[in-house]
Design a protein around this ligand. Sequence first.
Ligand SMILES: Nc1nc2c(ncn2[C@@H]2O[C@H](COP(=O)(O)OP(=O)(O)OP(=O)(O)O)[C@@H](O)[C@H]2O)c(=O)[nH]1
Length: 87
Amino acid sequence: MEAEGCRYQFRVALLGDAAVGKTSLLRSYVAGAPGAPEPEPEPEPTVGAECYRRALQLRAGPRVKLQLWDTAGQERFRDSWWGARCR
Ligand SMILES: Nc1nc2c(ncn2[C@@H]2O[C@H](COP(=O)(O)OP(=O)(O)OP(=O)(O)O)[C@@H](O)[C@H]2O)c(=O)[nH]1
């Protein structure tokens, strides 16, 4: 698949209990991309699912696009997983 100059696109979903650090981990990773803003120090609990993007140049070859899904750990916020879209 050719997407914005990237040859491949991978979708990764982070699942886990509430407040184990899923959002913090993803935001730090995405903030590590050149030109990205600093992540918020105290993220709010995730409602439904949120999508982050990052492009990555693999040392061995192609540039790839990552679609990283952060999901709600709190059970009461999981109902809205299915309506989430990656913009
Ligand atoms: N000490 C410590 N605290 C962390 C670390 N990562 C995240 N936290 C804190 O743990 C709390 C929860 O972090 P989140 O990233 O929101 O956790 P989450 O798993 O995304 O939570 P949900 O969205 O509710 O599923 C926040 O107050 C963070 O600042 C870490 O590596 N060390």
